[in-house]
Design a protein around this ligand. Structure first.
Ligand code: NAG
Ligand code: NAG
Ligand code: NAG
Ligand code: ZN
Length: 379
């Protein structure tokens, strides 16, 4: 009897919705090539059925992005950043709760290095987590009241495509050099910061080829001109790589420590602790030049030096057992622990920017002042 009631309730709920969908998505009856008419999937079910525990070719990621945008059109918009060298559109997703107030921005990009497939998988996971939880999880809804998330799931799209079609271990972009005899710039050596001074090469065949000049590549140009235009509002720049299990702070181009080094390390270490609490994995935290290697022209250093206060590179799993070829059964645990780390960073940034302590400190002071003023007025 109870079961029947439930069924009736469910039907009552589903029927008008389905009906609404058919109207809303009119014109989506497509011919599947076998002469049969197929109904296009409900975008929301596509989103929920999308397999976040698999690696996806770029066509599926493009489709996923547009489905996300359609299903969550109240909070998600998709924006064009520019074209890649091979003329593929670069789009980012903006997750933003409608509000009249100006909000701050958290930027995240993934897949600047083509073969680091776990990185784009994480960007997609991150979007899913935010969208599935922003209404129910108080931590995430608190963030969204003050922050917008800008996510670029695959920065180096041409290279990513190449890893699916030709060479799984390709790292660079696919721009043509030396009269068409050599391909690819390391986009993470092409940003306009201490360009090609250390840990980078001017020879195209090298893995760390820095390009023909700072920001010589269309992908770097698209990202850096956009970030530059928003830099006053961006509180945090996150760029996801693999592998090595590291959280890297500026700088890579010098052994000198940035002025906010201690704070960057403290926030990073707390994130590494949150990460470890999830599945027991150890990450090291430090500046690139101190705990990994020197690099110039990296997006992290560039973002920090244009004034974005928190800037981190994540090197995700693993420690070298599988390296870039991280098996799909590690996608979920990697994303879960990375999510914990990113949320920890966001907590700290949130506290710093909109600290409740400050409000508490201010209140008595303001009160004291007004009592004093009232006193002065009356006497
Ligand atoms: C570049 O390649 C073209 C066509 O293969 C050739 O005609 C030209 O001489 C080459 N230029 C240089 C500088 O090697
Ligand atoms: C690189 O940055 C410097 C300032 O640090 C600026 O003068 C120069 O125009 C920039 N170059 C490019 C290609 O953006
Ligand atoms: C990976 O390397 C780090 C640093 O050397 C170490 O702390 C950690 O235990 C290693 N993790 C695994 C799973 O081997
Ligand atoms: Zn990388």
């Amino acid at each position: 009897m109870k079961k029947l009631l439930w069924t009736v309730c469910l039907l009552g709920f589903l029927v008008p919705q389905n009906f609404g969908l058919q109207v809303q998505y009119d014109g989506t009856l497509t011919n599947n090539g076998h002469g049969e008419l197929e109904e296009k999937e409900d975008p929301r079910s596509y989103l929920e059925n999308y397999d976040y525990k698999k690696y996806h070719p770029i066509e599926e990621i493009y489709k996923w992005m547009s489905q996300i945008r359609e299903s969550y059109n109240k909070v998600v918009t998709q924006h064009f950043l520019g074209m890649t060298y091979e003329a593929r559109p670069m789009n980012y997703l903006k997750i933003s709760e409608p509000a009249s107030t100006q909000k701050k921005i958290i930027w995240m990009d993934c897949g600047i290095h083509a073969r680091e497939w776990i990185a784009p998988a994480f960007c997609q996971w991150f979007v899913k987590e935010i969208l599935q939880n922003y209404k129910t999880d108080s931590r995430i809804s608190r963030f969204l009241r003050k922050l917008d998330f800008y996510i670029l799931p695959v920065l180096n799209i041409d290279g990513y495509v190449y890893t699916w079609t030709h060479d799984r271990l390709w790292r660079k972009s696919r721009s043509s050099h030396n009269n068409g005899t050599c391909f690819g710039t390391d986009l993470n050596r092409n940003f306009n910061v201490s360009w090609c001074n250390t840990g980078a090469s001017k020879n195209c065949p090298d893995l760390t080829f820095c390009g023909t000049g700072p920001v010589s590549e269309p992908e770097t140009k698209a990202v850096s001109s956009f970030i530059e235009s928003k830099k006053d509002d961006i509180l945090c720049y996150l760029t996801m790589h693999s592998y090595g299990q590291l959280i890297l702070t500026p700088y890579g181009y010098t052994q000198n420590r940035p002025s906010t080094y201690d704070e960057l390390i403290r926030v990073g270490q707390k994130a590494a602790e949150a990460l470890k609490a999830k599945h027991g994995n150890n990450y090291r935290v430090g500046s690139s030049s101190e705990i990994l290697y020197s690099t110039s022209g990296s997006s992290r250093d560039w973002a920090y030096d244009i004034g974005i206060p928190f800037s981190y590179t994540f090197e995700l799993r693993d420690n070298g057992t599988y390296g870039f070829l991280l098996p799909e059964d590690q996608i979920q645990p990697t994303c879960e622990e990375t999510m914990a780390a990113v949320l920890s960073i966001l907590d700290d940034i949130f506290e710093k920017e909109w600290s409740t302590d400050r409000a508490v400190m201010l209140a008595p002071a303001t009160m004291g002042l007004s009592v004093f003023l009232t006193f002065m007025l009356f006497f």
